[in-house]
Design a protein around this ligand. Structure first.
Ligand SMILES: NC(=O)c1ccc[n+]([C@@H]2O[C@H](COP(=O)([O-])OP(=O)(O)OC[C@H]3O[C@@H](n4cnc5c(N)ncnc54)[C@H](O)[C@@H]3O)[C@@H](O)[C@H]2O)c1
Length: 180
């Protein structure tokens, strides 16, 4: 039986939607980006042009009112995630919310409560958890020692193959700093 494609809406058409979600949804023949919302006209226009998105909105609430969506990607700035999750849940949608979940413990607790009461999927985009290098670290069970002792060149090897050739030592240094 042929199934209809999953209709996805995007809230926030910045960097991560452009280089991540847009490409991923386009590559997956089971889904389609039906609509996008962003108050930044330039980002919105360049995103809908690149991914040939038919529904174009400056406000996600308007998008929810006018479109019949199955799921939504929340890729707005982190301090807006709580509000956008609430609106997405009220619209009855499956949700993929970008990391970080929110910026305060209060918001995070409220969002976890909302997600538990929702009868659809709510997932946070902790994509690193699914990458083999990071899964290997988890298997060792020794996160702290692992990070402290790891030489920079080995840190690079943990990155997905497409980044391994293009990430320089400075980026590895950033990882090293941020693990302290
Ligand atoms: N860029 C990455 O590689 C990356 C990686 C992991 C996680 N993330 C996460 O993804 C989220 C977005 O990051 P980004 O890098 O794409 O930021 P960005 O600043 O490039 O894009 C954010 C977009 O959200 C839009 N926006 C602002 N207010 C909005 C609103 N009320 N409704 C709809 N859209 C609104 C902005 O106009 C902008 O186009 C953040 O939570 C970030 O932490 C980004």
């Amino acid at each position: 039986m042929k199934r209809d494609k999953l209709k996805v809406g995007i809230i926030g058409c910045g960097q991560v939607s452009r280089v991540g979600h847009g490409l991923a949804i386009r590559a997956d023949k089971r889904a389609v980006i039906a609509a996008s919302a962003d108050p930044d006209d330039e980002n919105l226009k360049s995103f809908v042009r690149k991914f040939k998105v038919p529904g174009i909105y400056s406000d996600h609430k308007e998008m929810f009112k006018k479109e019949t969506l199955d799921a939504v990607v929340i890729a707005s700035p982190p301090w807006l995630h709580r509000e956008h999750l609430k609106d997405s849940i009220d619209a009855g949608l499956h949700v993929l919310c970008e990391k970080p979940l929110a910026t305060t413990p209060k918001d995070i607790k409220a969002m976890v409560r909302m997600a538990k009461e929702h009868d659809k999927i709510v997932q946070i985009g902790h994509s690193k958890r699914f990458e083999p290098g990071f899964q290997r670290i988890k298997e060792t069970g020794q996160y702290r020692d692992f990070w402290q002792d790891l030489p920079d060149e080995h840190l690079l090897a943990l990155l997905p193959p497409r980044f391994q050739g293009g990430v320089d030592k400075a980026s590895a240094g950033y990882f090293k700093k941020s693990r302290d």
